[in-house]
Write a protein that binds this ligand. Structure first.
Ligand code: GCO
Ligand code: MG
Length: 408
């Protein structure tokens, strides 16, 4: 079975998504997600200009060989653009293999290891009162684990905090602004470190000891500050503290790890197993945060998770709305199949996105499931997609109060 058609489809139903569509000589269609938030066109060009010619006429059956061909073949390895492009090809090939076999992809990965994948939702509020409303809304929607982000006194806008919700409202947060250049936010680490433990104290007092709570520090702290935050949050028994330091300095995590028992999650900006080598072998983290979309697809992420499994490190696959429903489905098939599943991030896509991408995954009683449709279980409505043109959009940049550039 040969690959005959290769299309790169960009659509923007509220935010930009890049999708690869492969069509085989037998007419089987496979979809892959290649969305890299704020750098979408770079991956589209990598696919169109450098990968499409390699795929036409290639055997669609040999997924591992194609992965290795695209990883080793160009000489230049790794990197978010390359690995997102490889991911899209990989997912599309798994989708095709599932459709040909008449099986959902998780069956090809070894079958079911659990009834469903525990999901966590995002709750945020500019104040603690507003946060409580958001938590109640998520609990009403069935979420059994919740990420907590709040405003920080003195800062106008903080990562992870959307507009405050009313009771019964759905979470709606999109940090990428549809502007020609990124907007700017301000940051004050000392104010943040003073504030966050009080927020968790209030949430535990209101919602009890058992609710799994998570928090994302979004790469803003030094290792020592990360250690301080981890320690100050210990009484509130977090499920995890995410990205406490910029993750590319793996050694920095030794300091954090040696000072706190708060579980640590890292890796949404990583794209290869080598980014995790020290973190995994020295057991400096508890959860791997990569998405299938940014880490070389199902094949790439499966390699990372099997490596992590030896060290009792679990998955916490990245699932923001900047991963398309195709990327989300790929994550869910892995979640169900691997032994070392931890939790799955679930930010629900907006209605327009779900008209363009018709999904078959379900969210019932706190658990996600990829469904039983053959392949990944996501269809793309190309005419609906064509109605939403690419619009430049960028994540914010961040500066300290004195104007110094900082990590967003
Ligand atoms: C998360 C992430 C996202 C990122 C986003 C950037 O934990 O979900 O931190 O919200 O900011 O994916 O594109
Ligand atoms: Mg994060």
């Amino acid at each position: 079975m040969k690959i005959e058609g290769v299309d790169v489809i960009i659509t923007s139903p509220g935010r930009n998504f890049v999708t690869l569509k492969l069509t085989t000589s037998d007419g089987v269609v496979g979809l892959g997600d290649a969305t890299l938030n704020g750098r979408e066109l770079a991956v589209a060009s990598y696919l169109r200009d450098h990968i499409v010619p390699l795929l036409i006429g290639r055997d669609a059956d040999n997924i591992e060989d194609t992965w290795q061909y695209l990883y080793r073949g160009p000489y230049w390895r790794r990197g978010p653009v390359t690995m997102a492009a490889i991911a899209a090809v990989d997912m599309a090939l798994w989708d095709i293999k599932g459709k040909v076999a008449g099986l959902p992809v998780y069956q090809l990965l070894g079958g079911r290891s659990r009834r469903g994948a525990l999901a966590y939702g995002h709750a945020s509020g500019t104040t603690v009162d507003a946060l409580f409303i958001a938590i109640h809304n998520l609990l009403d929607d069935g979420f059994k684990a919740i990420r907590i982000q709040t405003g920080v006194p003195g800062l106008a806008k903080v990562y992870g905090v959307g507009n405050d919700q009313l009771a019964g409202q759905k979470y709606d947060y999109e940090p990428a602004g549809r502007t020609a250049v990124p907007i700017q936010e301000d940051w004050d680490t000392a104010a943040y470190l003073r504030h966050i433990p009080k927020v968790f104290e209030a949430v535990r007092a209101e919602f009890g000891a058992a609710l799994p709570l998570l928090h994302d520090a979004h790469h803003r702290l030094t290792p020592n500050q990360g250690a301080q935050l981890g320690r100050s949050l210990e009484p509130f028994d977090l499920f995890w503290l995410e990205d406490c330091t910029p993750a590319e300095n793996q050694e920095g995590l030794r300091r954090v790890r040696s000072q706190t028992t708060t579980p640590l999650a890292i890796g949404e900006v990583f794209n290869s197993i080598f980014d995790y080598q020290t973190l995994i072998t020295e057991q400096l983290i508890d959860y791997v945060r990569s998405s299938a979309t940014h880490a070389g697809g199902i094949t790439g992420l499966r390699k990372i998770m099997d490596f992590a499994a030896i060290y009792q490190i679990k998955s916490g696959i990245h699932g923001p709305t900047d991963v398309s429903p195709v990327g989300m489905a790929a994550a869910l098939h892995l979640d169900i199949a691997i032994h070392n599943f931890g939790i799955q991030e679930f930010m629900v896509h907006n209605e327009r996105t779900l008209e363009v991408f018709q999904t078959s995954y379900t969210f019932i009683d706190g658990l996600l499931d990829p469904g039983e449709n053959p392949g990944l279980g996501v269809e793309l409505d190309e005419s609906a997609a064509a109605a939403f043109e690419y619009t430049p959009a960028y994540l914010p940049v961040n500066r300290l109060l004195d104007g110094t550039m900082h990590d967003w």
